[in-house]
Structures are given as structure tokens and as C-alpha cells.
Design a protein around this ligand. Structure first.
Ligand SMILES: NC(=O)c1ccc[n+]([C@@H]2O[C@H](COP(=O)([O-])OP(=O)(O)OC[C@H]3O[C@@H](n4cnc5c(N)ncnc54)[C@H](OP(=O)(O)O)[C@@H]3O)[C@@H](O)[C@H]2O)c1
Length: 327
């Protein structure tokens, strides 16, 4: 019979230690903070999607929620279906004046308490597509919301967050771990990852905790096929004949088809898979550093991000069409 190189007591010790570590991790992960009802949380991008659901969820939990919306209409709709402990404020994260006004509002609401949570959720995805279809302005459009807006909002609210020894929850993406589309989106989310890591390390001395949410694909505004296709048509239409010929008309059709297929099969409509992690980051005594949200993130995108580049390149080559003029 097969002789194991390690004796039975050593195996027992190794397996016992692993079991103990898992149990300890599980207990630690389930410890919760107290006094939720006294705490204030600001969420950006609450007009729709994750932000909207999280605002309602935290409102039901008993938090004082300050839901920042981009539009008056979004704010009114949210206010209409929530309790008075939820307040709305207008916030465009690309506009420094708008951030200052939201800051004044939050200061007045929170008084001497400070702000327990800031959830940097506002974001946009388009323009997204092959890199040589982009112009500089396309990068700025996305980076100004997803990265520079997130940084400026965080910096301005940091004193209030330090006062409460609170939490910053930054919404990144699996595309912040594996870059598989041209345009500003992946760049912005890689930036969010790195900004959050340095912020977490710098703020640990002040009792402030920073978590990153890395969702896979979910059915929301940023994955709206109609919006993505409309924008791809715009990009395709303005290409120079030289670039367009290097791809070929068939490529564009195949690219749209690949987008439809991946969005229709990948996008999960259960947004609570993301908002439950956002909530965990705010109420857990020991929030996690990273939350991979959704089965596609956990089982495909995040493992693929650790794989050698060659494997990731082959997988993505299989998913996307090949330009006509490829070598
Ligand atoms: N859905 C996914 O599969 C997925 C995956 C990974 C990460 N994410 C991230 O999740 C976050 C939330 O997006 P979502 O999926 O819930 O899509 P969403 O429904 O489009 O939510 C994004 C929200 O941000 C708002 N917004 C856009 N520009 C803004 C600005 N300059 N200032 C303030 N708010 C602004 C949008 O308002 P308007 O609708 O009025 O433009 C919208 O309400 C984003 O950071 C996104 O990148 C989403």
C-alpha cells in the first residue's frame, strides 16, 4: 500500500490547524459593530443600480443614510420609497463645487459625530471598446467619474471619516484586476484598487478601515447593452477609413454579437450579491480588504487574474473576434 511521507500525527496536526484557522476566520468575519442607529453613511451614485439598492437596504437596517444622487428625479424617487432617516443630496463627483456643497450638507447632518461610512459607488462604463477606437476625451470621460471623482470625494470627506474612525468602501470591478476592454473603464478601476490600497495602509493608524468591492457582471445601467451598443456605433462611425479597414465590417458585427452574448449570459440580476458585501464592509467589526462579488467574479475572473498572462490572453482571444487585418 502507498506509504505517505508524513506520519499520521503530523497530518492530524496540519488538518486540525487548518480547521481551527477556518473556524477563527468565520467567527471574526461574523462579529458586528453596535449602535448602527447612531451612524451616518454617505453613498454616491444612488439614482440607480447598486447605490440605489444599498441606500434602501441600509435605511431598513436603521442607519442614517445620506444618498447622493446625480439627478433631482433620482433623489425624489428614492426619497418617496424610504423612511425619513434617509436624506438625499445632489452630487456630481466630477464637479468640485458640487462635492463642497454635499460636504456642507453632510457636516450639518452629522454634527459632532463625524461620518461612519463613505461608499464611493458612482460610476460610468462608456466609452468602452478596442483601444485604437478611442480618443483622449473618451478616457477623461470615464476617469473623471470613476477615479478622479472618487479620489476628490474621498479626500474632502476624510476629516469627517477620521473623526468617526469610520469606513471607506470603494467600488472597483473584476476589470480592476484583469484588463480586457480598451477605454478608461479598466484604467479607472485599476486606479481605484491602487488608491484604496494606499489609503488603507495610510489610514490604519487613525482607526479608519478601507474595503474594495470587486463585482463581476450585473444587470445595471453600466452594463446596459443599449447604451454600450449606441456608443460603439458612435466610435465605429468616427474611425478613420484606415483603422476601420484594418478591422473590417464583419469584425464590428461580430464584436456586437460577442457583447450581446456575454452581457446576456453573464449579467446577474441579483444586485444584493453586491450590496450585501457593501453592508458587510460597513457593519462587520473586521471588514475584509477585498470582496469579490458574484459567481463569475469568484470562479472565473478573479482566478483568471492570478493566472499567467498567456492563459488570460488565450481565454480572452477565444471570447472576442479577430480583426480582418490581423497578422
Ligand atoms: N453592473 C456591473 O456589472 C458592475 C460591475 C463592476 C463594477 N460596477 C461598478 O458599480 C458601480 C455602480 O454602478 P451600477 O452597476 O450600479 O450602474 P448604474 O446603475 O449606472 O449606477 C451608477 C450610478 O452612478 C451615477 N453617476 C454617473 N456619473 C456620475 C457622476 N459624475 N456623479 C455622481 N454620480 C454619477 C449614475 O447616474 P446616471 O444613471 O444618472 O448616469 C448611476 O446612478 C460603478 O462604480 C460601476 O463601475 C458595476
Amino acid at each position: 500500500c502507498l506509504q505517505l511521507p508524513i506520519s499520521d500525527p503530523v497530518w492530524t496536526c496540519i488538518l486540525g490547524s487548518i480547521f481551527l484557522l477556518v473556524v477563527c476566520w468565520f467567527i471574526k468575519d461574523n462579529l458586528r459593530i453596535k449602535t448602527i442607529k447612531e451612524k451616518y453613511v454617505l453613498i454616491t451614485g444612488c439614482d440607480s443600480g447598486f447605490g440605489n439598492l444599498l441606500a434602501k437596504q441600509l435605511n431598513q437596517r436603521g442607519f442614517h443614510v445620506i444618498a447622493a444622487c446625480l439627478t433631482e428625479n433620482g433623489a425624489q424617487q428614492l426619497q418617496a420609497c424610504t423612511s425619513p432617516t434617509l436624506k438625499t443630496v445632489l452630487l456630481n463627483v466630477t464637479d468640485p463645487k458640487s462635492i463642497d456643497q454635499a460636504l456642507e450638507f453632510v457636516k450639518a447632518e452629522t454634527g459632532s459625530q463625524g461620518l461612519w461610512g463613505l461608499v464611493n459607488n458612482a460610476g460610468r462604463a462608456t466609452p468602452i471598446g478596442p483601444t485604437d477606437w478611442m480618443q483622449m476625451d473618451d478616457f477623461y470621460k470615464v476617469l473623471s467619474v470613476n477615479l478622479m471623482g472618487l479620489i476628490e470625494t474621498t479626500l474632502k470627506f476624510l476629516p469627517l471619516l477620521k473623526k468617526a474612525k469610520g469606513r471607506v468602501v470603494n467600488v472597483s470591478s473584476v476589470m480592476g484586476r484583469l484588463a480586457f476592454a480598451g477605454g478608461g473603464y479598466c484604467l479607472s478601476k485599476w486606479g481605484v484598487e491602487s488608491f484604496s490600497d494606499s489609503l488603507r495602509r495610510d489610514m490604519q493608524y487613525f482607526g479608519l478601515k478601507v474595503s474594495i468591492i470587486e463585482p463581476g457582471f450585473f444587470k445595471t445601467g453600466v452594463t446596459s447593452l443599449a447604451a454600450i451598443e449606441k456608443d460603439l456605433l458612435r466610435l465605429w462611425g468616427r474611425l478613420t477609413p484606415e483603422v476601420r479597414d484594418s478591422y473590417g465590417n464583419k469584425y464590428f458585427e461580430a464584436y456586437l454579437k460577442a457583447q450581446r452574448l456575454s452581457m446576456n449570459t453573464l449579467c446577474d440580476s441579483d444586485l444584493s450579491k453586491v450590496t450585501n458585501y457593501m453592508e458587510h464592509a460597513l457593519i462587520a467589526k473586521y471588514p475584509r480588504t477585498r470582496y469579490g462579488a458574484g459567481w463569475d467574479a469568484k470562479l472565473f475572473w478573479l482566478p483568471l487574474s492570478y493566472a499567467p498572462s498567456l492563459i488570460a490572453d488565450v481565454m480572452l482571444w477565444l471570447l472576442l473576434p479577430t480583426p480582418m487585418g490581423s497578422i
